[in-house]
Every structure is written in C-alpha cells, then in structure tokens.
Design a protein. Structure first.
Lengths: 114, 563
C-alpha cells in the first residue's frame, strides 16, 4: 500500500525522501478530506432545504404560488425534489473528481472494467 | 389470443429469459458470487440497483397508496428517493473503497470486533427477512390475480425461478437478470401510464399531464378538479395534507436514512470497478428509479380522478368494464345501502364502494382501454419487480451467513470452494424460508415491511456513517449505539402495533411520532450513544485509524480489492 509502493527495496525512495513524501501525501489527503467535507456540506444543505424544508416544513406556504399548473409546494414534494436529488448526485460526482485531481488522489488511472 | 394466454406467454417468456441469463452468468468464485466479480459497469449497476430497489410495493401498491393519501403520499416519494443522495454522498464511495464483500464485513473491520460483526449480521437478517417475506407474497398475489392460480402455487413458481438464478449465479446472475427485470418493469409501468395521461389530459408525458388541464372542456387542471370532486364527497383536498408536520418529517427521515442503510442496496455498490464508478452508479440508479417515482404520483391522481368521475353516482348496470372485471377478485366491491341502484362513493358512512389501493395500477390498462397484451405486460412487470428485489435480499442474507458467520467467525479454516458451497446452501435455505413466509404469511408481515426501513435507519446506517466520518467512535460506542437503536425502534413498533394497538394514535405517540417514523429517533439515539459511550473507552487502534484514512481516499480501490 502507500507505505511500501514497490516490492523491491531499491526502487523505494531513500528513507529521508520517503518521509518527506509521506508527509506531503498525508497533507494532501487531509486537505482533500477538508475540501470533500465542505462540498458535502453545501450539497447536503440543498438536499435538506429542498426535501425537508420546501417539501415538508414550508409546503403550505409555498402552495400559494403556482408553478406550471401545480401548487409549488405540492410539486416540489411530489416531483421537483426527485429531479434535484438526481442532479445533486451527478454534481457531486463531477465536482469531487475535480477536487481529487487537484490533490492527486483520483482514481482516473485505474481500470474501469476488470 | 385471449388475455389469459398472452399473460402466460409474457410471464413465461420473461422467466425463460431470466433463467437463460442465470445459466450464462454462473458464478465461479466467491468474488463472483458476492460482488459479481467487481467489474460491473456503472450504468449496468445503476439499472440493476433500480430493479433491486423497486419492489412489488413500488410497482403495484405505491401509486394506489398515494392516490388515497394525496399530498401525504409525498413521504414515500421523498423518502425512497432522497435516501440515494445520502447513499451516493456519504456511504457508497467509501464502502467501495473498503472493497470487501458485505456490510457486516465493514462494520466488523472498522470496529475491530467480532461482536460488532455479529450485531450487524443480526440487524441485516432482521431487516432483510421482514422485507423479503413481503416480496414472495407479492409474487404470489400477482400470479393469483393475473393467472388465476392459487397464491401458494404462485409463490412456489416464484421460488423456483429465484432459486435457479440466485443459487446458481449469485450476485453475477442477479445483476444481469435485474437489468432485464428493470427493462420489463419500467416498460410495463410506463405504457399504461402514458395512455392514461393521454386519455385524461391529452398530454402523453404523465409528469406534465399531472399539471395540465383535464381534457373535458372544464378548463380545470387535474389537481383542481380532483380537489373539487373530493371535497364535495367529504374527503380532504388531494393537495393538502392531514398528517401532522412532525410525523411527516419523521417518517420521511426514517425512510430516507433507512434506504441508505439497506444492505441489499449498499452491497450493489461493491460490484463496480472503482470509487468514482460507485458515485456515478448511484446517480444512474436514482435516475432510473426517478422515471417510475415521478410517474407514480401522476398515475395516482389520474386514477383517483377517473374513479370518482366514472363510478360515483353511476348506476350499477352502467359501471365501467374494469369495475365488473375486477369485482370477482374482491379488489373492488359495491353494496347498495340505500337501494337506489346507484354507486355512491364518499368519505362518510353512506359510502357504498370499496376499493383496494392495488387496483389503481392493476386496472390501469383496462381503464385506458388498452389491448390484452398490455395487461399481460403489467403482470410480467409486477412479477419482475417482486423477483428482482427478492433475489437481492436473499443474496445479502446468504452472504452474511456464509461469509460473516461461517468464514469470518465460526469456521475460518474453510476453503474458498467450501465457502462458495455454503453460500449456495444458505441461499437455498433462505429461498425456502422466504417462500414459507409467502405461503403462510405471519399476520404481521404486511405491517412490518415498512418497518424494515426504521430498523435499518436506527441500526446499520449510523454505524456505517460514523465508521467513515469519525475516527473517534470505537467498538464499544458502535455496538452500544446499534443495539440501542435496534431495541428502541423494535420495542416502540411492537408496542404500538402488537401489544397495545388500541393506543396507536397521535395522542399516545411519543412526541407525536408514529411507529413508521420512529426509526428517525432511533437513529439520533444511536448516534448520540455511540459518541457518548466512545468517550469512556480508548480510541480505535492505529491500524483502524489508518483504515479510515485509507477509505477516505478514492485512489487504489481496484488494487485493494483482492481479499
């Protein structure tokens, strides 16, 4: 694994370099995780605001507005939220891949079919 | 050709297809059996997940339930789709990176404890068996309604088919049959929905027809007309809720977190090649599910509107054809209480018409005057929905027995070949038990299927979530949390459903939360206790903290997979 990338000791960097690299990759991993948590927080805030917020808590208030022949709150609860859920997953998959590449922790090089 | 014959033909042809796929994709190794070899394309896995997920209840009953609940039916729509966001963002990628075979595998390793693994197996078996019993019953009901065989015969035929491909093919066989089953069920659902939408609104897209004007020249939209008709008959407005906001909130949350914690759905994301595929795959899965889930509420409103329009105050002799067709099954009925020969439908005591919720989907083809082959298609679709879910559930039950109980706990010395044999035996036994539940349904089956979600939300979901996002939660905390969540949720449900059903009403519920929604509170308790108890014991050992660090990083999943 990451501690011992190569089978032959000679191929591994010298202990000094190795340590430096390890701290660097650990730092990258830590900042990647922070960036991931920030992205998750944003997307889950939308998820919550839409489903529990608009679809449940504010549904009666939103129903005063009309949206393509629907009461708005009713439409969000029975249609709109579902479309946004699908979008949220694809947005996450897209954004997180960019972040992964930035920190060098992506899985782009891995076989996509075994 | 008669509809009966066509139905036999369609259902028979779909069975031949599933069995053919099973023979073609036999499992050769435990990796094939548990995770389909780990090389399933994300779109294929998304489709399989959608079929895995959409059960007989989604296909046959959901539109009908919404039809009678109106806006309150949103709890199912939001709950059963919103959970996928949690799954894709919080669980699936990390479980894929972990790269083993089962959900208890993760819990056992992350909490470095055989006890944690066993507790997870118990939660999993409990959740999955309550769920699968309902599926087998669903297969039997579809058979009895469309093919006029006994429910028992239907269950046995269904068992035989699932046996063939789950026992032979394991996850590999199940994956590819589920893809075929998705295609059958979505086609079978959409064809009648599109024609009903055209009939009622003139718009071929049900999601748009749902908000359009009714094509009767009244100038009212579907929902306005429905609100008007229903309130005249003494029902509440269709677009207004009758449940309390806190209960709607809790039920939706329990269904969402439960969906994300269901083992048979989670395990599907172990089958894709890498972490980024797991995320995309969850997106495809929800997109495929959304096709049915956004159509269902439209069908619900069309069917209810059509019902009131064509049945209420109609003389029995002039009842629509579908009404008399389905009367013999007992799903619809009429009793002339005031002897005027007219069928009165209302919310009050003078109501003369009884309607089973399932009729809203089952009778759709006849309501829209569609030919016999569409009815046959709906039968094949219903069977596909029930079988695909049953197979997925049976697989997680059998792999948790052969892998987690036998290989990892009781008999670590067995070879891979023996483990594979045990997995097949466990799948065979599970099929038989599920079939027995289908033939002799314990009185509680119908009531507990929805609670599988509450239990999953209160036990498995928090344990997995905390295992990924916290390094501090240790085995003591996780075990205490899972047990408390499970016991609390289980007791609350059993108390209100079986011990004192007469008290099962809002004024007796704790915080006004119904047994359907209590899993949400169970989940919060689980998380609170897991953190609280963890503080009193040592943090997880260094190698477990390294494991957590490792699963948080996407790269390296394909390499880390060999077991």
């Amino acid at each position: 694994m990451s501690e011992q990338p190569y089978e032959h000791q000679s191929e591994n960097p010298s202990p000094h370099d190795h340590n430096d690299q390890k701290t660097l990759s650990q730092k990258n991993a830590a900042s990647y995780w922070q960036a991931n948590l920030r992205l998750l927080a944003k997307l889950l805030a939308i998820w919550f605001a839409l489903s529990f917020g608009c679809g449940i808590l504010l549904v009666d208030w939103l129903d005063q507005f009309t949206f393509f022949g629907f009461k708005l709150g009713f439409w969000i609860a029975q249609q709109g939220a579902i479309y946004v859920f699908v979008a949220l997953i694809f947005i996450y998959a897209w954004r997180i891949q960019i972040i992964e590449r930035q920190y060098g922790v992506d899985d782009d090089a891995e076989e996509s079919s075994v | 050709m008669s509809t009966q014959l066509l139905t036999y033909l369609f259902v028979g042809a779909s069975f031949a297809l599933y069995i053919g796929i099973a023979i073609w994709s036999r499992a050769g190794s435990t990796k094939d059996f548990y995770v389909a070899g780990g090389g399933v394309h994300p779109v294929v896995n998304g489709m399989a997940t959608a079929a895995d997920w959409m059960s007989a209840a989604s296909f046959i009953s959901m539109a009908g339930i919404i039809s009678f609940m109106g806006r309150d039916g949103s709890v199912y729509l939001l709950g059963w789709t919103g959970g996928y966001v949690l799954l894709a963002l919080l669980l699936a990628p990390y479980l894929r990176k972990f790269g083993r075979f089962t959900v208890p595998d993760f819990i056992g390793e992350r909490y470095y404890s055989k006890t944690a693994r066993i507790v997870a197996v118990i939660c999993l078996i409990f959740v999955s068996f309550t769920y699968v019993a309902g599926q087998m019953r669903g297969v039997g009901i579809v058979f009895s309604r469309f093919l006029e065989v006994e429910v028992e015969t239907g269950v046995i035929i269904g068992m035989a088919v699932v046996f063939m491909y789950a026992v032979l093919g394991g996850m590999k066989g199940i994956t590819y049959t589920q893809v075929a089953q998705y295609c059958v069920l979505i086609f079978a659902y959409m064809v009648p929905a599109i024609f009903i939408s055209i009939m009622i609104t003139g718009n071929p897209i049900p999601q748009l027809g749902f908000g359009s004007e009714v094509a009767d020249g009244s100038g009212l939209s579907v929902l306005e007309k429905l609100d008007g008709l229903l309130s005249d008959l003494g029902f509440g407005n269709y677009t207004e809720g009758s449940k309390s906001t806190i209960d709607v909130f809790a039920i939706t949350a329990a269904l969402m977190f439960g969906t994300a914690g269901l083992p048979h759905v989670l395990v599907r994301f172990f089958t894709v090649p890498k972490v980024s595929d797991a995320r995309k795959s969850a997106g495809y899965a929800l997109a495929f599910i959304a096709i049915l889930y956004t159509t269902a509420p439209a069908v619900a409103s069309f069917a209810r509107l059509n019902l009131v329009d064509t049945v209420h105050n109609t003389s029995y002799e002039q009842a629509p054809q579908w009404f008399s067709n389905w009367e013999s099954t007992g799903l619809v009925g009429w009793q002339d209480k005031n002897d005027d020969g007219l069928m009165q439908y209302s919310a009050g005591a003078d109501n003369e018409v009884t309607i089973d919720r399932d009729i809203m989907v089952l009778a759709n083809p006849e309501i829209a005057n569609l030919p016999g082959w569409v009815i046959a298609l709906v039968a094949a679709g219903g069977v596909a929905a029930a079988l695909s879910t049953a197979a997925g559930l049976l697989l997680v039950i059998s792999s948790s027995v052969s892998h987690d109980l036998l290989k990892q706990t009781l008999m670590p010395a067995i070879t891979e070949k023996q483990e594979l044999l045990f997995a097949r035996i466990a799948a065979a036994v599970a099929v038989c038990i599920a079939g027995l539940f289908g033939i002799y349904p314990p009185a509680f089956v119908a009531q507990v299927v929805a609670f599988a979600f509450g239990l999953a939300a209160a036990s498995l979901f928090p344990a997995i979530l905390l295992g990924i996002f916290s390094k501090r939660v240790n085995k003591e905390g996780a075990i205490a949390g899972m047990l408390l969540g499970l016991v609390f949720t289980f007791s609350y449900i059993v108390y209100f459903k079986f011990v004192s059903p007469e008290l099962n009403s809002a004024e007796h519920w704790w915080l006004g939360i119904s047994p359907e929604g209590i899993g949400f509170i169970g989940m919060l308790l689980n998380i609170g206790v897991a953190f609280g108890v963890s503080r009193f014991y040592a943090p997880p050992p260094a190698e477990v903290q390294n494991l957590v660090d490792n699963i948080r990083i996407p790269s390296g999943a394909a390499i880390a997979q060999s077991h």
